[in-house]
Design a protein around this ligand. Sequence first.
Ligand SMILES: CC(C)(COP(=O)(O)OP(=O)(O)OC[C@H]1O[C@@H](n2cnc3c(N)ncnc32)[C@H](O)[C@@H]1OP(=O)(O)O)[C@@H](O)C(=O)NCCC(=O)NCCS
Length: 159
Amino acid sequence: MELRPVSVADLAFLAEITLLAAFPPGPLPAGASDMPHVTRWTVDWGRPGDAGVVAWSGGQRLGSAWCRLQADVLARDEAGHPLPEIAIAVLPEYRGHAIGAKMLNALDRAAANAGQRALSLTVNTRNPALHLYERTGFEVLRRDGDRLIMVRLLAAPSP
Ligand SMILES: CC(C)(COP(=O)(O)OP(=O)(O)OC[C@H]1O[C@@H](n2cnc3c(N)ncnc32)[C@H](O)[C@@H]1OP(=O)(O)O)[C@@H](O)C(=O)NCCC(=O)NCCS
């Protein structure tokens, strides 16, 4: 398995797996792909703050982790600057082999090198992805109903 930066050639794949992250397992609602909380993850890709990695093996994309500054800001740093929010998904048949953890680590480095100081995310308390986030150093900033808002400080960028 290799990791490489997200490029515009990956956007259709990102749009597809956004659905895995944005909805619980099972049938999707009508028009899911066009819903704003789905399209906000890929539209106008390449804005300042956009960063991401794609997991790749044997010519096939397996998953991706990426981050963006969103208009609907989830969390801010101490100076009030918005933190990028992350999305992550691995195709179901490749889960449980540490691809998610490796992508998160690589995304941290990419975001730190792009000048970010921290990353944020939101996760449903029933989503097992919560284990992955806790294991990779995300901490709960606040709770909003059945959603947790989590933040992870990034190490200084590599020289
Ligand atoms: C969350 C996700 C990206 C993890 O990818 P992964 O490659 O399986 O991650 P890893 O192998 O590095 O870690 C597995 C962890 O993910 C969690 N997980 C969630 N769904 C899982 C699944 N179907 N199979 C295995 N692990 C799963 C496990 O709890 C596990 O944590 P643990 O080992 O501490 O118990 C992947 O399960 C996924 O795509 N889920 C659907 C999309 C989603 O929910 N995204 C997050 C929205 S907030």
